[in-house]
Ligand binder design. Sequence first.
Ligand SMILES: Nc1ncnc2c1ncn2[C@@H]1O[C@H](COP(=O)(O)OP(=O)(O)OP(=O)(O)O)[C@@H](O)[C@H]1O
Ligand SMILES: [Mg+2]
Length: 475
Amino acid sequence: MEVPENEAEAPSAIESFEDMNLSKDIMMDIRHREYDKPSPIQAQAIPVILSGRDVLGCAETGSGKTAAFSIPMVQHCLNQPPLRQGDGPFAIVMAPTRELAQQIEAEGKTFSRSSKGFRTAIIVGGTNMYEQRSMLRGGVQIIVATPGRLLDHLQQGNTNLARVSFVVLDEADRMLDMGFEPQIREVLMNLPKRHQTLLFSATMPSEVEALASEYLNKPVKVKVGQTSAPTANVSQHLEKVVDGEKVNRLVAMLIGEKNEATKLGSDMPMTVVFVERKNRADEIAELLNAEGVPAAALHGGRSQAEREAALQDYKEGRCSVLVATDVAARGLDVKGVAHVVNMDLPRNFEDYVHRIGRTGRAGMSGRSTSFYTDRDSFIVAQIKRALMELEAGNAFAFATGKEARAKEREEAKAWREGRQHQAAVLETDSGVTIAVEDKFKHMMVSAPAAAGSAAPTAGVADAAWSDDDEDEDGW
Ligand SMILES: Nc1ncnc2c1ncn2[C@@H]1O[C@H](COP(=O)(O)OP(=O)(O)OP(=O)(O)O)[C@@H](O)[C@H]1O
Ligand SMILES: [Mg+2]
């Protein structure tokens, strides 16, 4: 935990929910939720948030960040004088995608189910504006929203910020990356003077820290475990494929897994397949269905109803494979996901961290398979470095975010122009051979890295969702 210089110490971690001084109702709800004890980020962040401080919270994927802000948020709302006619909410959570906002709302609600008259509104695009308006006008304690739609309602006067004293930006780095900064600033700039702001993500690039220094009041940085790095709960595999062979390889792999499971009398492992483009997601899902592997597609090109149906089918076991673009990379928590496949590797390392983090959650283990081609050497080198550091038990973090990627684009370009460089060949643990250009060999060193040290490069392009429409979360 880091406190700004000359600031009061932050409260120390509390290892049991009972000792957190939460309301009886919340305690009942935590028991009902069957959370026996706080996860490390919860133990550290909840006391700090309850003390009223601003927080920059960073902990690995699947480590319970949602409850780390939701539990104190409900407590904060219970401490406010009651809502009056015409009042806006006490708390706002913003998240980059609709499905994630819906999931946060559902989790948040589980901690306010025993609190009488407590209402949470879910405000996302692609759904009926009128229903949302009447919900907001009826008065709610908490709004969970995607930024664009929230702004629409604020501009129409359907709600207001006058009583907001608690704001959470989940996946803050992604929202900045997606260009939501103006909307976020609009909200943050118009808040009443006394308020608390929290930023959460598993990756914290420098832009987020810059936004934090502008809008947060002496934030306490709560960082737990490996941050901006893949979770150690996932065993990661790399597999070299020829570009034209990817589809065959994927289909063969998934049919193999299905047959194996059938032999054992069990269901096929729940799998998320990430692809780069929306139309590719549709094609692959269709093909898998034709091959007898039930699959659904989730991407920003589908209607909201279709998106929700796809996710529901997957969650409820009507299909074993979800083929998705990066719209599903952040925050989604589906119980039982055992395998993440990167059919196309993402263009930057932080997306890789979030994608493979759809498995190996809440202390469970998972596995990932990433297909790569010669074009992916750069990110493969980063993954390899991450694997080495994890194996050696070293603390490390990659530089992430826009600035880091701009720098990286230059280096990647230089690399493309200098293809003649000698390639080093490395054997991975899984026996896969990876060619690493000379230029990137510095990333392969297995010497212990200092805690928090950043690799000189990270993530390739901002254009990962370049075929997007203008939709607010249209990957
Ligand atoms: N104290 C707890 N005890 C048991 N399970 C928990 C606890 N807190 C959270 N969980 C479970 O852990 C899982 C992951 O939580 P959550 O989605 O909040 O992770 P996250 O840190 O936000 O991950 P990401 O970075 O991917 O968004 C959820 O299924 C949640 O129900
Ligand atoms: Mg989360």
